[in-house]
Design a binder for this molecule. Structure first.
Ligand SMILES: Cc1cc2nc3c(=O)[nH]c(=O)nc-3n(C[C@H](O)[C@H](O)[C@H](O)COP(=O)(O)OP(=O)(O)OC[C@H]3O[C@@H](n4cnc5c(N)ncnc54)[C@H](O)[C@@H]3O)c2cc1C
Length: 385
């Protein structure tokens, strides 16, 4: 049967569209196609409680693997417990939620060889058409988006004894600084189950997985933790330094609707994409389900978001271009001394004008002389073209 909506890629962003459309427009036939052979547990998608709306908390509840009250950060010069709750969606939970979502057909092992605004061609030559086609096949480099990188390897351990970590540690930056800003991220899934993720904010995208895995092992050992590896995740995420969203969207015109990382829809500083994907997914069922109408709605949202994110990209340029790699941790340490409501609005991408002033005034994150060359994003875009 001809679908109403084709979602190319069954990753996080398209999954959220499927869930939003199925709820708002019951009876819609949604076809999701993904090249992977089946659901994967290679991700935990986490978010801070204030990041998403009550509707999304309800919709994602069946896929939540773990929830925590509070979180903490650790730096050489201070540590802090923050009040905001935190939650993680697991890959398996998300697949089960999709399987239970009415109207959704998910085809694994479907390599998309070509797609346009009216349909897709799968690897075996099969052509499938729909009124609306959305392309969520993950990040694609663009000369209109200049980035640094957040690289990480996370290993989930089942420890031989309780690890004693009470809540997520979003950043433990007391570790030796290496390959840019380095910190360790901890998620305690149970008293003996712990994800230890070694992360670097680096200028280059090369990921030496084995070397970072050794660092994770060293961190565990230094804390006296022994256990067996049960799961591993890795990633190289873009951190936006400069973005010309208008040119990006002009180039995409007349094709399928780009979505998720493919559309540059992620938090410029943290690289998180769940909150923004949830927000933008809501605008899909709110419009006519045709490629043109959804393209216009997602484009409008993305352009407005890219304007709002100018300040966050400036912070990234200060971090990546105005600061020596080994000094980057000082900028973050200073940031995490700011009031908690401001930190929550920062994560959720809802900084007010006053928040922005607060971040750069007083003692600026980096000396003014180093900040000045970072002010404009055009030179970076011009160099990339
Ligand atoms: C290990 C890891 C942990 C992360 N943790 C968080 C987190 O805690 N919180 C957060 O907000 N963000 C997190 N992120 C960042 C971001 O949320 C994810 O990268 C997210 O998965 C991006 O969603 P997406 O749908 O755009 O792309 P993806 O989820 O990568 O989905 C793209 C899909 O398209 C499929 N595909 C690609 N090409 C084709 C093709 N030709 N034919 C068919 N299918 C194709 C892929 O198989 C994939 O399933 C994490 C990223 C990684 C890698």
């Amino acid at each position: 049967m001809r679908p109403d909506l084709i979602l190319a890629g069954a990753g996080l962003a398209n999954a959220l569209i499927a869930i939003a459309v199925a709820e708002a427009r019951p009876g819609t036939r949604i076809l999701m196609l993904d090249r992977a052979t089946g659901p994967s547990n290679a991700h935990t998608w986490s978010f801070h409680d204030p990041d998403i709306s009550p509707d999304w908390h309800r919709r994602l509840a069946p896929a939540i693997r773990c929830r925590w009250q509070g979180q903490e950060v650790r730096f050489p010069d201070h540590a802090r417990v923050l009040r905001a709750g935190y939650a993680s969606v697991g890959g398996e939970g998300l697949s089960l939620l999709l399987a239970a979502t009415p109207g959704v057909t998910l085809r694994w092992g479907a390599e998309i060889a070509a797609l346009d605004g009216s349909g897709v061609t799968v690897g075996n030559g099969e052509r499938i058409e729909a009124a609306c086609v959305i392309d969520g096949r993950g990040a694609m480099p663009s000369r209109h988006l200049v980035t640094g990188f957040q690289k990480f390897v996370g290993i989930e351990f089942e420890m031989d004894a309780p690890h004693g970590v009470a809540r997520p540690v979003i950043m433990d930056a007391t570790v030796t600084q290496q390959d840019g800003y380095r910190f360790v991220y901890l998620l305690p899934f149970s008293p003996t189950r712990l994800l230890i993720e070694d992360t670097r904010y680096s200028d280059g995208a090369a990921l030496d997985e084995e070397a970072i895995a050794v660092s994770v092992g060293g961190y565990a050992e230094a804390h006296g933790w022994r256990g067996r590896e049960v799961r591993r995740e890795r990633g190289v995420l873009p951190i936006a330094l400069a973005h010309d969203a208008a040119s990006f969207w002009s180039e995409a015109e007349s094709g399928a609707v780009p979505f998720g990382l493919r559309a540059g829809l992620f938090h410029p500083v943290t690289g998180y994409s769940l909150p923004v994907a949830a927000q933008v997914a809501d605008c899909v069922p709110a419009t006519r389900l045709t490629t043109d109408a959804v393209f216009a709605a997602v484009r409008a949202h993305a352009l407005s978001r890219a304007r709002d994110d100018r300040f966050l990209r400036l912070l990234n340029r200060m971090l990546f271009r105005g600061c020596a790699p080994e000094d980057r941790h000082r900028v973050l340490s200073r940031f995490y001394r700011l009031p908690e409501p401001l930190i929550e609005r920062f994560y959720a991408g809802r900084l007010t004008r006053l928040d922005r002033l607060r971040i750069v005034t007083g003692k600026p994150p980096i000396p003014i002389r180093d900040a000045l060359p970072c002010l404009r994003e055009r030179p970076l875009l011009a160099a990339a073209s």
